[in-house]
Design a protein around this ligand. Structure first.
Ligand code: Q9C
Ligand code: ZN
Length: 624
């Protein structure tokens, strides 16, 4: 087994910088390299490493990932004046060019390939390349997020070609999603890409839907793209370790990589203005140590981001020190991942369960999802309830126009649909078990939701509507069983097997709904055996919060507990209580028991007589 650690650095890569005012880019400075290298010298790490010189990456090598058109654009920036440079930079997101950028970008590629060659030839066991510009955001035809050429992606393609490698693991611990790397290898099962990143439900740059945990890869590459989106800032040592223990490492040991490339950004470390995370430099020693146990120790770390100079340079030192096989430092902090981290980890594990044996044993689904109108109320829900952001407008438009082009024009209805469909979709795809969606036009939303269910292939949906609501539904084929629980007698519609109207007068003080749920609703529902239950709570509801909770709790016996609750009034107490009922965190309060009134008892009796031939679970007397 080879020994020694390569260090690749050349101060020529500090020879470009931002020439104008741009608050978006002003953190990417030459001092990032200078201070990292200084700190390495300070700890006498440089002299312990094997110095490998940089070289330029060739055009052919750059074109392993990038188009020749894009290469020409970057090349042309060499001779530009400031104004021209600024104009080219504006064509890209969070990018600046300098006359030396092209030269440095070629050196960054070359440095990375020198490292790969040193490791693959056995000259060293492992190593680190300190480079600028970084690479992981850049794409076939675009610079992006300070990145010009995708150093690590090029290195992976190069290693496949030159050394015939069949399995390469890329670990991207930079705090940003390396979407550029994801795009290159999305369909490629020979490169496993792992990235964790600040995501905040798509509110953090680069604001991409495809950074979420459900981007698992495409085609033959399914299962070879692992995204761990962090939905909160402040993730620390224990969260990072948990993601390694429960996601990356089990999959990596199953994958058996022949080479590991680390997109080694340190903006995921404490103090970084971009990341806002809490991992201390020691954490990177531990991450490095774990990865060194794979691929025969063949590990190439390549610098990406990292903008807090002190945190960056200390973390670089920790990485190099560990590569040199020094004893590991103690890791600080309470070893307990936060809830949001656990949720992300659970989601990735769930998404990858079909592709990896190590994840096949039961990953319990997230129990309940909620899409609520006022996100400010999110903290009032049980912590185990996952709060959803809306489907994006584009997605929704495509979805709705497939059914009804006219409706796309009605903004209110559209918005109303958004919550409902987002949650329903998660239930149907078994990403969550149950869900709550607030919707201002519950009837339209429910109609669409039902259509979507049958599109998806469901056979029977039990739809319980509480309150006054007109649903335009075709109820003849038995695919929907509609129960309407309302205050006033429905005169225009007569009861049939699949349409049942239940008049109910509530006891304002106490819960008299037990008798209706047990004596009528559950027997009918169990006779019907639905694949999904939808409870719609409309205006003028004749049931209180206690009654609705009771109904919700008991209906979970059906349809493998898959329940969608659509709520028209944005009433947080109701949402809270339904969330409690669905998530099962504690037994909800059903209120004090009250016997049903004479009137209510007669209503149940009437319905039972009418329907017990159809729904046999209603029978409780031999004489009827
Ligand atoms: N307002 C790397 O760490 N920030 N790139 C954009 C938008 C761009 C980060 C902020 C961050 C790029 C390699
Ligand atoms: Zn970054």
């Amino acid at each position: 087994m080879a020994s020694g650690t390569a260090l690749i650095y050349d101060d020529e890569m500090t020879s470009y910088k931002l020439l104008w005012d741009d608050p978006e880019c002003d953190i990417e400075v030459p001092e990032r390299l200078l201070s990292s290298y200084e700190q390495l010298k300070h700890y006498h790490l440089v002299e312990r490493c094997i110095h490998v010189p940089v070289r330029e990456g060739t055009e052919e090598e750059i074109m392993l990932v990038h188009s020749s058109e894009y290469l020409e654009v970057v090349k042309s920036t060499q001779t530009m004046n400031e104004e021209e440079l600024q104009r080219v930079s504006e064509n890209y997101d969070a990018v600046y060019f300098h006359p030396n950028t092209y030269r440095c970008a070629k050196l960054a590629v070359g440095a990375t390939l020198q490292l790969v060659d040193s490791v693959m030839s056995g000259k060293v066991r492992n190593g680190m390349a300190l480079v600028r510009p970084p690479g992981h955001h850049s794409q076939r035809n675009a610079a992006n997020g300070f990145c010009v050429f995708n150093n690590v992606a090029i290195a992976a393609q190069y290693a496949k070609r030159r050394y015939g490698l069949q399995r390469i693991l890329i670990v991207d611990w930079d705090v940003h999603h390396g979407q550029g790397i994801q795009y290159v290898f999305e369909e490629d099962p020979s490169v496993l890409y792992y990235s964790w990143h600040r995501y905040e439900h798509q509110q953090f740059w680069p604001l991409l839907r495809e950074s979420d945990y459900d981007a698992v890869g495409q085609g033959k590459g399914k299962g070879f793209n692992l995204n761990v989106p962090w939905n909160k800032v402040g993730m620390g040592n224990s969260d990072y370790l948990a993601a390694f223990f429960h996601v990356l490492l089990p999959v990596a040991f199953e994958f058996v990589p022949e080479l590991i490339l680390v997109s080694s950004g340190y903006d995921s470390g404490i103090g970084d203005p971009e990341g806002q995370m809490n991992a201390t430099p020691e954490c990177f020693a531990h991450l490095t140590h774990f990865l060194m146990q794979l691929a025969n120790g063949r590990l190439c770390a390549v610098l990406e981001g990292g903008y807090h100079l002190k945190s960056l340079s200390e973390s670089v030192c920790m990485t190099v020190k560990t590569l040199l096989r020094d004893p590991l430092p103690q890791i600080s902090g309470e070893m307990a991942p936060c809830l949001s981290a656990i949720e992300s980890i659970q989601n990735v594990r769930g998404a990858h369960k079909p592709y990896w044996k190590c994840l096949m044993y039961e990953v319990p689904p997230v129990k309940t999802a909620a899409a609520i109108v006022s996100k400010a109320d999110a903290h009032l829900l049980p912590v185990s309830v996952q709060v959803e952001m809306e489907m994006n407008a584009q997605e929704l438009n495509t979805f709705v126009s497939a059914f009804d082009a006219e409706l796309v024009k009605e903004e209110k209805a559209l918005l109303s649909l958004q919550n409902v469909l987002a949650v329903l979709d998660k239930i149907l795809k078994k990403k969550v078990c149950s869900g709550i969606a607030e919707s201002s036009v519950a009837s339209v939303s429910t109609t669409f939701a039902l259509k979507h269910c049958f599109d998806f292939g469901l056979q029977r949906v039990l739809c319980i509507v509480i309150g006054d609501m007109d649903l335009e539904l075709d109820l003849d084929d038995g695919k929907i069983l509609l129960m309407n629980i309302c205050q006033k007698q429905q005169t225009e519609k007569t009861n049939s097997k699949y349409y049942i109207s239940l008049n109910w007068k509530e006891d304002a003080e106490r819960n008299n709904f037990f008798c209706a749920v047990l004596g009528f609703i559950l027997p009918v529902a169990y006779s019907y055996q639905p694949d999904l239950v939808i409870i719609v709570i409309g205006p003028n509801r004749s049931l209180g919060v206690n009654g609705i909770s009771l109904l919700t709790c008991l209906l979970q016996g059906l349809a493998e507990s898959q329940i969608l609750v659509v709520i028209q009034d944005t009433e947080i107490k109701l949402v809270q209580s339904v969330a409690k009922a669905l998530s099962g965190v504690s037994t909800p309060d059903f209120g004090a028991y009250a016997p049903a009134s004479q009137e209510n008892v007669l209503e149940i009796k009437r319905l039972r007589d009418q329907l017990q031939q159809e729904w046999k679970m209603l029978r409780c007397s031999v004489r009827d």
